[in-house]
Write a protein that binds this ligand. Sequence first.
Ligand code: ADP
Ligand code: F6P
Length: 489
Amino acid sequence: GERLDFRTSKQRLLVVANRLPVSAVRHGEDSWQLEMSVGGLVTALLGVKEFDTRWIGWAGVNVPDEIGQKALAKALDEKRCIPVFLDEEVVHQYYNGYCNNILWPLFHYIGLPQEDRLATTRSFQSQFDAYKKANQLFADVVNEHYEEGDVVWCHDYHLMFLPKCLKERNSKMKVGWFLHTPFPSSEIHRMLPSRLELLRSVLAADLVGFHTYDYARHFVSACTRILGLEGTPEGVEDQGKLTRIAAFPVGIDSERFIKALELPEVQDHMKVLKQRFAGRKVMLGVDRLDMIKGIPQKILAFEKFLEENPNWCNKVVLLQIAVPTRTDVPEYQKLTSQVHEIVGRINGRFGSLTAVPIHHLDRSLDFHELCALYAVTDVALVTSLRDGMNLVSYEYVACQESKKGVLILSEFAGAAQSLGAGAILVNPWNVTEVASSIGYALNMPADEREKRHHHNFKHVISHTAQEWAATFVSELNVTIVEAQLRTRQ
Ligand code: ADP
Ligand code: F6P
């Protein structure tokens, strides 16, 4: 029959995610400065405007004292954010350990850290216990702020245990869960000692969402093969309870980027950048300094390009803006030194007294600088080894209406499914292929650039973050009404 649509009313939405949109920096006993957090989840959710939203998440810092906690809660309240306080040991085991040393590499097909595989195996149980404990603490805060009728939208691999915690406390709560990373093949998921518990907890939600159809299919396979449940076209059924499972590809708030390009401060940044790199083509990489982004592979491909095309050496530059992330996790520390080493070697090899081929910055850029960079560069290089979606590719396209730059995009990013027709798709493991794609992009004639850009631009402006959230929440409401009708029958 006719689908119900709940989009018109301003519904209360509790967004629950490990990361808040702002991160706190302490300036004294009861004074805090809030800075924008970096990451796809924050970018997507900041674009969501049509709900009455409150955001519940980890404060991002250790605040052991009550005075500090109260002051921070007050500062966050102005941003409609509610902090979850986690002590240092829990953060170490839950965030650095279980989330970022186990789930993250596994969900991105990187596997468990090679060198300390045994140590990881040994500490597995205590880390999983901390993970569950942290999820319970999130559930406590949700419960405290929940009002009847609220939609509770849980996000990401940090909170796979949360749907179960919430439903156990209040079975009537409307609970959705969305994963911002890939969900891997069930053969990978089954390696996790906690594979059963994680799947069952997620299935306690009413609606489970993924970026792509493939990730959703992998999740359903994990439920049928590992839990022995029945998969239906709608989702997964367990003893008469249906959990809806579907794909909801995320987007960006494209208007925010397009409008920003008109701002005088962005125009100023653009002018400076154009002067700075006059006479050279500029290639751009913008990533968190994460092992999934394929940054060493990207730089090696650029080196190969220079090696094979010596005439380009003084005519092209790669700007790699890599914001440090998860710096307490050893794998990330190793990656940072590895990248610095490669950049240094290549600049030594191909640089001159007046110019170097790679500018590598370990920092984040503010929004205006970022928009300016996106707008003035000739090629964007996204070489993720795996990536849930990759919003940097969307942001680049949004800012390229006048220049029509080329996007080189890994086929292992979720975005390859939406921007594949306009981008040059590459396998980041194949350095030779990426190097020749760089050459192809730099030499691409204007009419081909225009056609490719137009294709992607159309997609980016019509599949926005607003649309993504509205569709998810609407589907969640519909799912619950349909479940109620089924039980009445
Ligand atoms: P992920 O969620 O894995 O970080 P995405 O590409 O989906 O990957 O999203 C990254 C977000 O973080 C984008 O909105 C991008 O603008 C922002 N970002 C990433 N690196 C930087 C950086 N160095 N400076 C500023 N913003 C960054
Ligand atoms: O989008 C993927 C993601 O893992 C988000 O979940 C997360 O907020 C972001 O990357 C940044 O990582 P972190 O929150 O660990 O700083």
